[in-house]
Write a protein that binds this ligand. Structure first.
Ligand code: SF4
Ligand code: SF4
Length: 303
């Protein structure tokens, strides 16, 4: 059976599509957005996070390490690439000072976790949302997961950046009951600067999804200093509305920036590129919503 790398399965989510949902986080993403909320999902491999403030200096991790490293200072570093028992140090730690992020799971194992909450989905109109990372970056895995959910009548949502091959996007997007499609910026040069990739395939894939009849909800992060200028919002609204002329009414969720992920960057020993960027004011969020609504787009704030 096909398998893939999953870095989290969160139950009872109410922010990733309709109803109560299980969010399954697939590891690895080809984008590197400056504001990424899940930096632990960027790399395609399992990794280890260190929390020195919890360390008891007991030495149990060092005893478990086959490479004789000092895991409380070195776990997850380059030397661990040669580890024949990756994560043995994590299992030995009595204080949760080391955390393994990401593990290989089969489609069946993921489905078992999803099925545990079937009564909640039925009661609330919920289901499962595949997110990440970028779920489409593990093509066989996401297609099998979506097919299995469809076969079992479980409502499946795909949360994607849209950065993948056209055929895959359309196939996965039409297997899913909802596609939560992120759009960040229209201007390609700035899109490359803040995400690391061109938006040309993303925009083409969005058009292809509408043409294929996929149920798309756009997710529009609103990020001060990056995409909140009136001209950017108006250009984006007009672009979306131009697609709507061929594909029917558009739905969009505006997602105001927040810095809740800041602490994750320090755990990884990285700087948070957004620094002290403030959250958008209520006035700025309402102004953005008004711009999209004026273009005929159905807007929800948050979601
Ligand atoms: S991952 Fe392996 S090599 Fe690295 S610290 Fe842990 S046990 Fe040692
Ligand atoms: S096992 Fe955990 S608590 Fe003990 S030294 Fe290693 S990291 Fe610290």
């Amino acid at each position: 059976m096909v398998s893939g790398i999953v870095f989290d399965i969160r139950k009872y989510s109410v922010h990733d599509g309709p109803g109560i949902r299980t969010a399954v986080f697939l590891k690895g993403c080809p984008l590197h957005c400056l504001w990424c909320h899940n930096p632990e999902g960027l790399s395609f491999s399992p990794e280890i996070l260190r929390r020195p403030e919890r360390c008891l200096a007991c030495g149990a991790c060092a005893l478990a390490c086959p490479l004789k490293l000092e895991p409380r200072a070195e776990a997850g570093g380059q030397k661990c690439a040669a580890c024949p028992a990756f994560g043995a140090c994590v299992g030995a730690c009595p204080a949760e000072a080391l955390q393994l992020v990401g593990k290989r799971m089969s489609v069946g194992e993921v489905l078992d976790a999803i099925r545990e909450d079937l009564p909640f989905y039925e009661e609330s109109g919920g289901g499962v949302t595949f997110t990440g990372g970028e779920p489409l970056a593990q093509p066989e895995f996401i297609l099998e997961l979506l097919q299995a959910c469809r076969a079992e009548g479980i409502h499946g949502a795909l949360d994607t950046s849209g950065f993948a091959g056209r055929d895959l996007v359309v196939k996965a997007g039409t297997l899913a009951d909802i596609v939560l499609f992120d759009l960040k910026l229209l201007e390609d040069g700035r899109h490359k600067t803040v995400t690391g990739v061109s938006n040309a395939p993303i925009l083409a894939n969005l058009a292809a999804l509408y043409e294929a009849g996929a149920n798309v909800i756009l997710r529009l992060p609103l990020i001060p200093g990056i995409n909140d200028a009136s001209v950017d919002l108006e250009n984006m609204a007009h672009y979306i509305a131009s697609l709507a002329a061929e594909a029917g009414p558009q739905k969009a969720h505006i997602l105001p920036y927040h810095s809740a992920a800041k602490g994750k960057y320090s755990l990884r020993g990285e700087n948070y590129a957004m620094g002290d960027t403030p959250v958008p004011s209520a006035e700025a969020v309402n102004k953005a919503a008004a711009i999209f609504e004026a273009a005929g787009i159905s807007v929800t704030i948050g979601g």
